[in-house]
Design a protein around this ligand. Structure first.
Ligand SMILES: NC(=O)C1=CN([C@@H]2O[C@H](COP(=O)(O)OP(=O)(O)OC[C@H]3O[C@@H](n4cnc5c(N)ncnc54)[C@H](OP(=O)(O)O)[C@@H]3O)[C@@H](O)[C@H]2O)C=CC1
Ligand SMILES: O=C(O)CCC(=O)C(=O)O
Length: 449
C-alpha cells in the first residue's frame, strides 16, 4: 500500500513525483480529533491553537499550519531470517517546508501510528524554526519492535522503507535522522540505499551517520548535550547551583544516557535512572559511567549493584530538583502531574507532558523547559552535519560543541524574554516564537498560484 496526501500549500515546491493511490485530503480541521482518546496530535494541535490565538492569525493560516504538507504511508514487507514474510506499516510525514527542506527523525517502535508521526513532524517544524536552522519539519516511523528482529532483518526493513519513501527524501527535500529504536547504523543503510538508487554517494541525505560516512563529531551526544545545557540554564534561572542539585532521568537510550552522564559531569547528582524494564535509585547520585557499563553488558538498568531498584513510574515523582523525561510521549499526565516533586522538568523526549499535565505543572510553578527547546541540540548538530557533508569539510568536536552551546543559549534567552514579556509559559513562548517565524516565511513566499 502506498498512500500519499499532499497539501495545497504555499510556495513553489512541486509535489513529489509519486502517484497517490488515495488522493483524499488529510483532515484539515485544526480541532479535529479522529480518535477517542487524546494523544500527542491533540497536544500538538492545542499548542498551535494557543500560538495562533496569541499571534492573531486567521483561520486559513491556522488550517495551513495545522495540516501536514505531505504524508506517505507505505507497506514494508520483510523476508524473515526463517524464510517467512511479515508486513509492517511505515509513514513519512512532512509537516511544513516553508523555511527549507523538511527534517526529522525515523522511529522504529510498535507504538508508531500516523497521528503520532503527524504530531512529531509538527513539533519538528517548530523546533527547527525556534533554533533558526533552515529546515521545515518531518518525521518518519515504522510500527516495528526492533528488539524482536536480527540486524539482518532490520537492515532489510530499513532498505525497503527507504526505497518506498525515496521520492520524498533527499538533501534538498527531506533529511531523516535517528529517533527511538534507530541509530547511526540505520542511517548508514538509508544513505547507502538512497545513494545506490541515484547512482552516486549522497552523504547529505541523512544525518546522525557514522563518522566514517560523513557524520559529524558531536552529533551522537548532541541532543543530550543540549538537554544538559538547558537543564543547567534552568537551574541557574531558578537560583539552583547545579553542583548542589539533584536530578532523575527517565530513559537510558541515545538521549537519556548521555544526558545523565553530562549532568553528572556538570556536578548534578543524578539519583535515579530508568529504562523500559525498570529504574535504579541511589541517594547522593548514581555512578553513571558504572551504569553505562552495566547496561552495555546486560541490556538493562535492572540488577545494577550501585543502587536500589524502584518502580519506573515512581521515578517521575521522586523528590529531586530536576526531572528529565527522555524516553517517550505522554508520561506526565493529568493522573500523576500533581505528584511530580521536581521544580524543573527538562523535556529530553518529544511530548512527554500532556496538555492537561502541563497546566497542572504550571499551576504548581514547576518550570517546564519544552521539548522543542530542550531537545533541539540534536537537530542543531544535524544541521551542522548536513552543512559539513554538503561542503565535504569537517569541523572539530570543540567547534561543534561551542556552536551548539551558542545556539541553545540564544534560543533559551529568546524564549525567556518572550515568556516574561507576555506572561507565558516557556512552552507557550517557544511555540509562539516558532509559529511566528514559520508564518512569516509563508507570508513572504505568498501562495502559488
Ligand atoms: N535521538 C535524538 O537525537 C533525539 C531524540 N529525541 C526524543 O528523545 C526520546 C528518546 O529518544 P532516543 O533516546 O533517541 O531513543 P532510544 O530508542 O535510543 O532510547 C529510548 C529509551 O527510552 C526507554 N524507554 C522506553 N519506554 C520507556 C518507559 N516506559 N519508561 C522508561 N524508559 C523507557 C528505552 O528503554 P530500553 O533501552 O530498555 O528499550 C530506552 O532507554 C524520544 O522522545 C525522541 O523522539 C528528541 C530529539 C532528538
Ligand atoms: O536530528 C534530526 O534531524 C532530528 C532529530 C529529531 O528527530 C528530533 O529532534 O525529534
Amino acid at each position: 500500500m502506498t498512500t500519499l496526501v499532499t497539501q495545497a500549500g504555499s510556495g513553489d515546491d512541486a509535489a513529489a513525483p509519486v502517484a497517490p493511490s488515495d488522493p483524499s485530503p488529510a483532515d484539515a480541521s485544526p480541532s479535529a480529533v479522529d480518535h477517542p482518546t487524546l494523544g500527542p496530535l491533540d497536544d500538538a494541535r492545542a499548542q498551535l491553537a494557543f500560538a495562533v490565538d496569541h499571534l492573531g492569525l486567521d483561520d486559513g493560516m491556522h488550517r495551513l499550519l495545522a495540516t501536514p504538507r505531505r504524508e506517505l504511508t507505505v507497506s514494508v514487507p520483510l523476508r524473515r531470517d526463517d524464510g517467512s514474510t511479515t508486513l509492517f506499516l511505515g509513514h513519512r510525514v512532512q509537516h511544513n517546508f516553508s523555511r527549507g527542506p523538511a527534517k526529522g527523525g525515523l522511529r522504529f517502535s510498535p507504538n508508531v501510528d500516523l497521528d503520532e508521526v503527524r504530531a512529531l513532524a509538527m513539533w519538528m517544524t517548530w523546533k527547527c524554526a525556534l533554533v533558526d536552522v533552515p529546515y521545515g519539519g518531518a518525521k518518519g516511523g515504522i510500527a516495528i519492535d526492533p528488539r524482536a528482529h536480527s540486524q539482518a532483518e532490520l537492515e532489510r526493513v530499513t532498505r525497503r522503507y527507504t526505497s518506498e519513501i525515496m521520492p520524498l527524501i533527499g538533501p534538498e527535500q527531506d533529511i531523516p535522522a535517528p529517533d527511538i529504536g534507530t541509530d547511526e547504523r540505520t542511517m548508514a543503510w538509508m544513505m547507502d540505499t538512497y545513494s545506490v538508487n541515484v547512482g552516486h554517494t549522497v552523504p547529505g541525505v541523512v544525518t546522525g551517520k557514522p563518522l566514517s560516512l560523513g557524520g559529524s563529531l558531536g552529533r551522537a551526544s548532541a541532543t543530550s548535550r543540549g538537554v544538559a545545557h538547558a537543564a543547567v540554564l534552568a537551574m541557574r534561572h531558578r537560583g539552583l547551583d547545579p553542583d548542589a542539585s539533584t536530578a532523575a532521568v527517565q530513559g537510558f537510550g541515545k538521549v537519556g544516557r548521555d544526558a545523565a552522564r553530562l549532568l553528572a559531569e556538570a556536578g548534578v547528582k543524578v539519583e535515579a535512572i530508568s529504562d523500559v524494564d525498570g529504574a535504579v535509585h541511589r541517594a547522593g547520585g548514581i555512578d553513571v559511567a558504572g551504569l553505562i557499563e552495566h547496561v552495555d553488558a546486560t541490556g538493562s538498568v535492572r540488577g545494577f549493584e550501585g543502587g536500589e531498584e524502584i518502580d519506573g513510574a515512581a521515578l517521575l515523582e521522586l523528590d529531586v530538583d530536576t526531572l528529565v523525561p527522555a524516553a517517550i510521549e505522554g508520561v506526565i499526565t493529568e493522573a500523576n502531574a500533581a505528584r511530580v516533586s521536581a521544580r524543573i522538568v527538562v523535556e529530553g523526549a518529544n511530548g512527554p507532558t500532556t496538555e492537561a499535565a502541563d497546566a497542572i505543572l504550571r499551576e504548581r510553578d514547576v518550570l517546564v523547559v519544552p521539548d522543542i527547546l530542550a531537545n533541539a541540540g540534536g537537530v542543531i548538530v544535524s544541521y551542522f552535519e548536513w552543512v559539513q557533508a554538503n561542503q565535504a569539510y569537517w569541523w572539530s568536536e570543540r567547534e561543534v560543541n561551542d556552536k551548539l552551546a551558542e545556539r541553545m543559549t540564544k534560543a533559551w534567552e529568546a524564549v525567556l524574554l518572550q515568556a516574561t514579556r507576555h506572561g507565558q509559559s516557556m512552552r507557550e513562548a517557544a511555540t509562539c516564537l516558532a509559529v511566528a517565524r514559520v508564518t512569516e516565511a509563508h507570508q513572504l513566499r505568498g501562495l502559488y498560484p
